[in-house]
Every structure is written in C-alpha cells, then in structure tokens.
Design a protein around this ligand. Sequence first.
Ligand code: ZN
Length: 294
Amino acid sequence: MNLNITAYSTALFSTWINIEELGLLFDAGDGVTSGLLQKSGKIKHVFITHPDRDHITGLFQLNQLNTRKGYPKIYYPKHSGSFPAMRDFQHKFDPHIQGATWHELEHLDTISIRNDLFVEAIRNEHIEAPQGISKSLSFKLFQTKQKLRKEFTHLDGKNIKDLIKIKGRDALMETINTNILSYAGDTPVDDYSTWDHSEILIHESTFLQDQEGMIVKSSSNKNKHSKLNEVLQMVSEITVGKLILNHFSSRYSKQEIDANVIKLCKAYNLKIPVHVIYPGEIHRDILNTRPIYE
Ligand SMILES: [Zn+2]
C-alpha cells in the first residue's frame, strides 16, 4: 500500500503523524491542525501513545475545528488519567462541541478502522509502570485479506463456489494479516520481534548517541527513549520494508543527523530506504520524497 504520510516530530516540542487516505492520526502534538489545514478535517481515528504534552496539546484545536457526529474517535492508554481530565475540561470549555468520542486501550486491544484494516495497541516501556498497566502504547496497523488455502488453488471458480457451499468459507479461505505500518511512539528499543515484518516502521530516535541519563526533560522526566545506533542495530536484525526515524532531539542539526544516520546504516549494512523527520520541519508525503539512505 502506498501511504501518504505527513508528519512533524521533534522531541519535547511536538509529534503528529497523519496518514491521509486512511483518516488516521498518530499522536496530536502542537500544530497538527495548522500544519494540515483543511486536510485535518479528514481525520477520523486519533491514536495517542501517551500523555506527554508534546503528543497531546494539538487535540484541543483538532476537536474544536473538526468535530462532527461521533468523530474524531480518540484512543488513549487506559491507565493514564490525563485523557479523562482533558475530555472533561474540553466538555466544559467548548460545551458546543460534543462529537468527539474518547476510548481507552490496553495491550493487544484492536480497533477496526475500515473493513480490511485494524490497529493493534502494544504496551511499551517509555513510562515505567507495572506489567498489565498501560500508560504508554505503540501501534501496529494491519491489513486483512482472505486467501484461498493452498490445497484448493488448482480449482476453478465454479468448483470453489460449490465447495464453499458444502464445506463453508473458512474451510477454503484463510485470513492473512499484513503489518503494513508500525508506529513505535516514544519508547526505548526493547523486544525486536514486536517490529519484525513491518512493511513501514516509524521508530523514534531521540538521541544520536549516549547522553547523560538518556532523558528528555518533560513533565515526567524519567521516561525512556531510543538511541539511533540501537534502533538501526535492531532494524538490521529483523525484516522491515522501509524505516522512518522520528522524534530527534532539537539539539542536533540536520547535518549531524544525516552524517550519523548514513554512517550507521552503512555500518549495519541496511538494505532498505531510510527516511528522517528532521526537528522543526513538516514532512509532506514523506514516502514519496528521497530517502537519505537506500
Ligand atoms: Zn515525545
């Protein structure tokens, strides 16, 4: 699937990722509505990874301008109290706006966004919490297809139809789920297998190298992030179709990011296109721009 992905992402300031044709938004940092203008009106499903301010403050304006009956649908980690507080505040602050709906998600919950598409929530370790408590999530987008089982592929159309009548659809067809896009959100590099077989992986890379404590100062400043070398090492050991790196710290220049990404992609011998979302820049239709490494 050729996805039109437009995104902004700078650690501490704002992150939002829009997939235009699917009416999908991952995170809703500052500037999402002003960055997308009328296109923000197409957003139907908003998946928020966690309540750090750089991922949520765009919600007020998005809701205010784009609410229509039942939409947008906003999904958030179940055990974060920030979202109900935000919902209640907005109900009071903008009482004329009643359309948006808020839905909690925990690890492995799935949400259908189209007949053949669903999003799965995956708990991550960005915010420390006991097992079973979902305060920070990653998301995986899957496409579902029905495929004829191998043992029946020699049959013609009429035979297949007849057999379905006798044996039932499930006996002849199998469901194939393809992970067409993964969005890691804010997270340390953790279990490689989570991202294996992602056709597109959007992964954070807050730091180019080891930093004191590996911390981005924020309202809750113990949260864990990823380093570029760890992300690229992981990607070199799993199967990923395309990589988009996001959430760089604004301390780095474009030149520094490019130099480090290219050097490490070569060192890990990556064979896939790698795109970068630079600090302070909106990237429009990023997959149709030239990758910095391929
Ligand atoms: Zn962040």
